[in-house]
Ligand binder design. Structure first.
Ligand code: FAD
Length: 184
């Protein structure tokens, strides 16, 4: 089973976690529950008439844990990319290894992107359309990569893009994560 470490529990990190966990991968989300969403009331998240950011987060966290991801309340303070994968270290002195790392902790997580050696341009971490950084197996998404144009739905989309790329790499072909209603 592929193991993915995700730093950040805002829309970007939780969206990546949902796609990966529902497809059977082992996912740990390092979380602090200090997302900007707690200041927001959304009226521009397509498909949702309106919701407070705090309610959005509660629903999203429940959805992600129901899909099988582990949300660990712990600050990641160190990250290293190796030929085999990634290692993250936490403020409580623990270490976890993974096959992939998704950095989605907003501006606060910029130092982790620097620590793994991801390129930056004009201050922002460089990513492609699949949220891949310049370091193999390391992705970055959300507020971290576009601090001046940050929206919840864009963060969620970027997290989903990272997840789809990981799913594609692991299955060796392009993938969709498409579900259909039960037959009547
Ligand atoms: C006042 C206000 C109103 C807003 N209103 C809207 C709106 O109406 N519509 C809209 O679309 N957007 C709105 N936004 C923006 C929206 O909240 C952000 O776009 C969104 O939260 C970004 O999501 P994210 O997942 O990229 O990062 P964040 O939401 O910043 O989440 C990052 C999470 O990762 C955690 N973290 C960071 N570093 C680490 C680490 N090292 N280890 C572990 N955890 C870590 C943080 O504590 C945080 O919980 C608003 C923002 C503000 C401030």
């Amino acid at each position: 089973m592929t193991r993915i470490a995700i730093v950040g529990d805002g829309p970007a990190g939780l969206s990546a976690a949902l796609f990966l966990a529902k497809n059977g991968h082992e996912v740990v989300v390092f979380a602090q529950d200090e997302t900007l969403m707690h200041f927001a009331e959304l009226h521009n998240y397509l498909g949702v008439a309106s919701v407070t950011g705090t309610d959005f987060q509660r629903i999203a966290r429940d959805q992600v844990t129901a899909a099988g991801a582990r949300i660990r309340t712990s600050e990641v303070t160190a990250a290293e990319a190796t030929a085999d994968g990634v290692t993250v270290g936490t403020a409580d002195g623990d270490q976890e290894t993974a096959d992939y790392l998704v950095i989605a902790g907003g501006k606060a997580s910029q130092a982790l992107a620097d620590a793994v050696g991801a390129d930056r341009r004009d201050g922002a971490v460089v990513v492609d359309n699949d949220s891949r950084t310049t370091v193999d197996r390391v992705y970055a998404a959300g507020h971290l990569i576009r601090p001046e144009r940050s929206q919840a739905i864009i963060s969620a989309g970027a997290g989903a893009s990272a997840a789809l790329d990981i799913l594609a790499r692991e299955s060796g072909r392009d993938v969709h994560d498409w579900d259909t209603p039960p037959e009547a």
